[in-house]
Each structure stands twice: as structure tokens, then as C-alpha cells.
Design a protein around this ligand. Structure first.
Ligand SMILES: [Zn+2]
Length: 112
């Protein structure tokens, strides 16, 4: 006999001697006996588990790939922004130097 699944109603480990039953006195399956194959037959659970497994492999992998792609795009956008910031900082530095040179030239022109 393969391993018995827990009770589908209360989750307790079942009792088994020829027949399977739930041992929980508060469970609706207490005093109801099953052959092990019937006890372990859970078509809805199996279907849901199959869907979960499919999600885990296909959809989850797709989401992880999309996330990685977004991270890479974000990284390259960040590189572009940093390049633009560096360029702008250099432009500002050059404008400031030109401004200082103009001011100094104006002062010198005024003296002569
Ligand atoms: Zn039970």
C-alpha cells in the first residue's frame, strides 16, 4: 500500500487496519471506512496540485525572466542617466569657467 494521505476534512493522519478511517472524533469522516485506494483518491486536490505545479514551472519562470529583463533595462537606463549627469556636470563646469573668464576680461577691459 502506498503512503496514506491525511484526512481531507481535518488533516489528521488516518487510522489503518484493512480499512482507512479518520481518528479525529470531531471530524465528519470518523467511523467512515474506506479502502486505501479510495481514501487516497483526491481528483480535485490532484488537479489543483497539477495547476500549481504548472504555475511553478511555466508562469513563474516567465515572470522571473521578465523581472530580469526589467532589471537589465533599468540598469542600462541608469547608465544613460549617469552619462547624461556627467556630461551636464562637465558642461556646467565649462560654462562657469567661461563666465569667470568673461568677468575677468570685463574687469580688465574696464581698467584700460
Ligand atoms: Zn478527519
Amino acid at each position: 500500500m502506498s503512503k496514506l494521505k491525511p484526512c481531507p476534512f481535518c488533516g489528521k493522519k488516518p487510522f489503518y487496519i484493512e480499512w482507512v478511517a479518520c481518528v479525529n472524533p470531531h471530524c465528519q469522516l470518523v467511523n467512515t471506512y474506506f479502502v486505501p485506494e479510495t481514501w487516497n483518491t483526491r481528483p480535485i486536490e490532484d488537479k489543483l496540485q497539477a495547476r500549481l505545479d504548472a504555475v511553478d514551472t511555466a508562469a513563474w519562470d516567465k515572470l522571473k525572466a521578465e523581472l530580469e529583463q526589467m532589471r537589465n533595462e533599468n540598469r542600462s537606463q541608469r547608465d544613460v542617466i549617469e552619462h547624461l549627469e556627467d556630461t551636464m556636470a562637465e558642461d556646467v563646469r565649462q560654462v562657469n569657467e567661461l563666465g569667470k573668464a568673461q568677468t575677468a576680461k570685463g574687469k580688465n577691459d574696464g581698467k584700460s
